[in-house]
Design a protein around this ligand. Structure first.
Ligand code: AMP
Length: 453
């Protein structure tokens, strides 16, 4: 997609072109249409993803093109119409520079206010009239105290790097500032993580927000070993319990498609002695916060989650993600596995795939341009041998199946052959199944697939 497809004004497109940008980054592609449409936004994106332009461009467009923003109706003294709150003066300066760069060919007045410099020049500029104000919370409160700024005409409020603002102790200041903005406004929240306190803030300041989540720089998949285990749907639960029992997995995030499924699975795991909790939209905020905290601290060995609930789970050393059911939307697979392999720590993503899910699997393989190695666990081999349609558009890049891993019936002999256990062995956990001694990674199944780069 190109920048020209957003419907941004000619002046903005010209400025974007002058920067040499032609193609929007993922966060821009996802966020700009929502912001242009006036929606609130909850965006998980870190610095370096192009997030600043993702909010600056549509804000400038709306300020200069919406009917209620004709030059005559523009507010004048001390009444900005867009406010960007940022944690540091450095970021304030950077955001202001972006506003000025992208606004070079439109009629917009902008200012950054932050501490550590004289307040009087800021007061004088505010008096002359400002459209976009970029501010750190402390200095903005000083201005509000001196009545040198009035936020009653704010149409769009941006909370940029919300997680850092929390870390720096700005939460009470932010709440005071939000109270001074009109209730009828557009609010955009950007954060590199969705820690529980950020979620709580988002909950209280956003109205029906669109969710945007983009991969971190250096896509998470780089550090994630991905594998697929073929298994019949009816055997998945037993297989999962077997894997937990035989490997003593801890901090494992399990994805289910439905809330009901997540609850049922959490119950089964608990019954089998695996400490776990379910995380989904029907849980209260308190229950979600507690489940996450217990999972992070290691009290829970497993967290069973739905896609939406898991967005924003940010645990730096999460070792393992299990796709108990494949997502219908292939992009969700990328989001799911992006929960692990963070902060330079390796992780693994294991998908349990039944023959009914072959289409979803094929779509995911197309999206990530890889064909997975398909494994089976002895004692849990699928009885339905529907072949998975081949999909990798770049077969040359796909890892070649190792010899002996798949026979003509679609069965893998890999794990069984390596472990020396009988193919149709018993399921008592004493044989068959992946063994960490020879697995590529402690706790993982045999041949847990290729490392995707
Ligand atoms: P940010 O995440 O907003 O700090 O932006 C990171 C860097 O990406 C900045 O230097 C931007 O100028 C640059 N940038 C923003 N949008 C694009 C784009 N569409 N294509 C290439 N670079 C961009």
């Amino acid at each position: 997609m190109k920048f020209t497809e957003f419907g941004l004004s000619a002046g903005l497109l010209r400025a974007v072109g002058e920067q040499g940008y032609d193609t929007p980054t993922p966060v821009q592609r996802e966020a700009i249409p929502y912001v242009l449409a006036g929606r609130d936004l909850e965006a998980l994106a870190q610095t370096g993803t192009g997030k600043t332009a993702a909010f600056v461009l549509p804000i400038l467009h709306r300020l200069t093109h919406d009917a209620n923003n004709s030059p005559l109706s523009r507010a004048t003294q001390n009444t900005p119409r867009a406010l960007v709150l940022v944690p540091t003066r450095e970021l304030a300066a950077q955001v202001l520079e972006s506003v000025r760069t992208y606004g070079a060919h439109v009629s917009i007045r902008s200012l950054a206010v932050f501490g550590g410099v004289g307040i009087n020049p800021q007061i004088q500029t505010l008096r002359r009239g400002i459209d976009v104000l970029v501010a750190t919370p402390g200095r903005l409160l000083d201005h509000l105290g001196q009545r040198t700024v009035d936020l009653s005409k704010i149409q769009t409020l941006v909370l940029d790097e919300a997680d850092r603002m929390f870390d720096m102790g700005f939460i009470r200041d932010i709440r005071k500032i939000v109270e001074r903005c009109p209730k009828q406004r557009q609010t955009l929240l950007f954060s590199a993580t969705f820690a529980p306190e950020v979620r709580e803030l988002a909950h209280s300041v956003l109205r029906n927000p669109a969710l945007v989540e983009v991969a971190r720089r250096g896509t998470p998949a780089e550090l994630v070993t991905q594998s697929v285990i073929r298994v019949d749907q009816s055997m998945k639960r037993d297989l999962l319990l077997h894997l937990f029992a035989s490997h003593g997995w801890h901090q494992t995030l399990i994805f289910m498609r439905t809330k009901h499924g997540a609850d049922a699975m959490a119950k089964k795991l608990e019954q089998a002695g695996v400490r776990c909790a379910a995380l989904h939209g029907n849980k209260t905020q308190g229950a979600r916060t507690k489940a996450l905290a217990d999972f992070k601290s290691g009290k829970l060995a497993a967290l069973v989650a739905t896609d939406i609930a898991a967005r924003g789970i940010d645990i730096d050393s999460l070792p393992r993600v299990i796709n108990f059911e494949m997502p219908n939307v292939p992009e969700d697979y990328v989001h799911r596995i992006g929960r692990t392999g963070r902060a330079g720590v390796e992780g693994e993503a294991i998908s349990l795939v039944s023959s009914e899910e072959r289409i979803q699997l094929r779509d995911i393989e197309r999206l990530i341009k890889r064909e997975f190695e398909k494994l089976t666990v002895p004692g849990f081999e699928p009885q339905h041998h529907d072949s998975v349609p081949r999909a990798a558009p770049h077969p040359s890049k796909a890892a070649a199946p190792k010899s002996g891993q798949r026979n003509s019936a679609g069965r893998s002999s890999g794990a069984g052959a390596r472990s020396g256990g009988p193919r149709e062995g018993s399921r008592d956990g004493s044989r068959g199944g992946p063994r960490s001694a020879t697995a590529p990674k402690a706790g993982g199944p045999h041949h847990t697939g290729q490392r995707h780069r």
